[in-house]
Write a protein that binds this ligand. Sequence first.
Ligand code: HAM
Length: 516
Amino acid sequence: MRLACVRTSCLASFPLLPSRAHAFGRTHPFAPHGIGSFKPERLQLAALLPCPLSGQRMYAVVGATVTTSEASRGPASAGPPPPITEESIDYNPPRGTRDFAPDEMRLRSWLFQRFREVSRLFAFEEVDFPVLESEALFVRKAGEEITQQLYNFEDKSGRRVSLRPELTPSLARLVLQKGKGLPFPVKWFAIGQCWRYERMTRGRRREHYQWNMDILGISGVEAEAELLAAIVTFFKKVGITSEDVGIRVSNRKVLQSVLGRFGVPNESFAAVCVVVDKIEKIARDEVEGELLKLGVSKDAADGILSALSLRTLAELEALLGSENEAATELKQLFALVDVYGFSDWLSFDASVVRGLAYYTGTVFEGFDKAGKLRAICGGGRYDRLLSTFGGEDTPACGFGFGDAVIVELLKERQLLPALQQDVDCIVFSLEDTLRPQAGLVARTLRDAGYAVELVLESKKMKWAFKHAERLQAKHLVLLGSSEWERGCVRIKNLISREEKDVAIDELVTEVDMLKE
Ligand code: HAM
């Protein structure tokens, strides 16, 4: 048997040894000789594999663990065969992506449950789309960052595809596919994973889940008010107050009016918005430089940048006039929100433009008032997105709410719930011979809707108690031969510590009573 190995002194990088080797009677294909090297983190994982020859400072990296001397000796005679893999695997998920082990998964489910509850309160219906879409759905020409961050590639049939970086284009595609038969207004929500090749910062990763709520078919700001109300409802539900979080609101028609005054053509509008959105991230001079490159005059660039500094509707009216569309829509929205009763969460801020090209009217972003985190959520009106896909202009607005920043915020505010696995009963047979009967007891409880952990192997009583404690189960159901012969099981309430024998056909009633 010829197998690969490496000495500790070669931890940083080393070539693979033979190009082919035989392991455990099978031909094990190695990468061809002379290619490939392992990074230290891969080696650490390789080092975790069992090394059957004690005292040798060798690391198994491929298939099995051997030394150079063993390589000429033939198959190992004893011990379980090590895993056969072409190369050792990095146990971490790809950079910027996450595993969801039970703890994280519980938190994710808890969060999604809150998203779903709020969507239900607002009578939205859930939809979903494929994570993989045609690349064309996401290709836009306004220079948005999102289009440069696509996880795109050619599939085996030569089609250009991309993992979705957001859900809105897929939603638009589905609405178009449904056509005229779709009853309007459409009120849909979705929770889906999105992929962006991002520069990683706190709360920004390469995959994230987004909760989206969108309304199509309503052109008035009543739709925006409803969406903002949903966001506020969510915040309240998880214990966040208007002291912690605010929502900045503006309207792209503010910029459109300013551009109109300076004679900047409409075709440049989306690209100008994308540039102006960078104002928080890059220096004012650079933004101005990029605007000039788009053919915007110096005067117009100054006009745009000074309009962005407006923070009150009175200032806006003074600049654009009270009859201006942007000012009118914003006033209507703020008046509505006032009556709805959540105006303390909202503020007008003309610097909110949003980095996506398709917005045409209201735009908004949720932010933490301590100013430590990136945007919590964001959205706006996009009345022309469907026509860019060949449909008709359709009033539409919505928002995306990521899973990452909100968790950071909840952590900071110590609002994360302590989540436990949800187990009602542990069923444990004191004797191995009663294990089939234990299965029957577990089934009876499960049929009645209880979450039951059935102990599947021989264990000591002490272990069963510890296990029940770890799972925070409420009842321990014990099967012993003397009770079983009397048609009973012993049930122990793990909260009150009381225990009693219960007839098997009364078990469910007893557990029901104990629950109350
Ligand atoms: P967006 O502002 O690009 O908008 O993303 C919405 C939210 O998704 C952000 O506010 C943030 O919470 C989260 N998010 C975005 N990128 C990342 C990332 N790399 N890592 C973690 N979280 C992230 C949109 O995507 C629009 N399609 C939203 C929309 C729906 N507009 C109308 N309808």
